[in-house]
Design a protein around this ligand. Structure first.
Ligand code: NAI
Ligand code: MG
Length: 327
């Protein structure tokens, strides 16, 4: 069976790290891929006036999965609609520290399961007067149930014992009250062990004792912020993959952006993008192959070569070749 993968490199280092991930997938002999490339981002916007051309939307909608690099200034016009195109309700963001790198917190193994469609990111804002603005926070039982079911299933399938439901229901009694009540009901139905945590206190505990946590199920904005916080604990943006998962389709992307400060120099760390490709393999049911890719990246992180963000002087090419060599 051949899997059709939409490949959207985007801008800046997206153009450098995306081909690295494609090479890694091509090196997995047990799986057949057909890669189809699409344009998106600042460059295509400058050329055509559209950051996300219809042809690219169609590509992502029709593919079995999408690999996305990064966009620059047009990121919001590209990635938000793309996440909708694949109907992704769950944003999966692992933050794992590698023994060989000196992370702030070396015992971190967290996965944030972030609700990806509502909350304050629904985009319902108003200017009441020149000096008064509002934002409407949307929380539905349906979306809360979907993300909680996804989170508990993820924890079970991936061997995480700790599940934490993050919320602020003491203040946002209606919206997070519904989120919490719905997520807890899912935990009860499944007879699963879980904790609940106020998201502000959780931020502090995650910094001090990340080893006490595993899967963290979050409303949209909280998931965005807490996962970036955890990114800092494990050593930076060059290492963090993510998945946007829908019922039928999914998109995989590094957490980082287009990094204009280093773009074009051939020194971007391809690890985050290659680890995103490993998540794509998991998603398509090739868990063993996904594990192989993660092990190869881990070995290279340990023994080098390393890119400058990790204190080395290797290029994107050198690191990619080393990962391919391990595979
Ligand atoms: P950024 O993630 O592009 O860069 C932040 C810092 O991390 C920079 O110093 C960069 O050099 C470094 N960095 C990031 N990824 C790296 C990698 N793979 N290897 C080595 N170093 C890496 O975030 P920033 O600077 O806030 O935004 C730059 C542009 O990217 C903006 O135009 C922003 O709109 C866009 N962006 C796009 C995203 C997306 O497409 N999903 C997400 C975040 C930002
Ligand atoms: Mg963010």
């Amino acid at each position: 069976m051949t899997h059709e993968i939409a490949v959207i490199p985007g801008d800046g280092i997206g153009q450098e790290v995306t081909p690295a991930a494609v090479e890694v997938l091509e090196a997995i002999e047990s799986v057949d891929f057909d890669f189809v490339e699409g344009e998106a981002g600042d460059a295509v916007q400058a050329e055509t006036g559209e950051a996300l051309p219809q042809a690219t939307r169609d590509l992502a909608a029709d593919a079995d999965a999408t690999l996305f690099g990064a966009a620059g200034e047009t990121a919001a016009d590209v990635i938000l609609p793309l996440r909708q195109v694949v109907d992704s309700f769950a944003n999966v963001r692992p933050a794992v520290s590698y023994p060989a790198l000196d992370a702030v917190q070396p015992d971190t193994d967290l996965v944030f399961i972030r609700e990806n469609t509502e909350g304050v990111y629904k985009g319902i804002e108003s200017e009441i007067t020149d000096s008064v603005t509002t934002c409407t926070r949307v929380i539905t039982e349906e979306a809360s149930r979907d993300i909680a079911e996804f989170g508990f299933t993820y924890a079970r399938q991936n061997g995480y014992d700790d599940v934490t439901i993050a919320h602020k229901a003491n203040v946002m009694r209606q919206t997070d009250g519904l989120f919490l009540e719905t997520a807890e009901a899912v935990g009860e139905e499944r007879g699963a062990d879980y904790d609940t945590a106020l998201m502000d206190a959780l931020a502090m505990h995650l910094v001090m004792h990340p080893e006490d946590y595993g899967v963290v199920i979050c409303p949209n904005l909280a998931g965005d912020m807490l996962s970036d916080l955890a990114a800092g604990l494990v050593g930076g943006l060059g290492l963090l993959p993510s998945a946007n998962v829908g019922p039928e389709n999914a998109l995989f992307e590094p957490v980082h952006g287009s990094a204009p400060d280093i773009a074009g120099q051939g020194v971007a760390n391809p690890s985050a993008m290659i680890l995103s490709a490993a998540m794509l393999l998991d998603h398509l049911g090739y868990d063993e192959e996904g594990d192989r890719v993660r092990a190869a990246v881990e070995t290279v992180l340990e023994s080098g070569p390393r890119t400058p963000d990790l204190g080395g002087d290797a290029s994107t090419r050198d690191v990619t070749d080393a990962v391919l060599g391990e595979l």
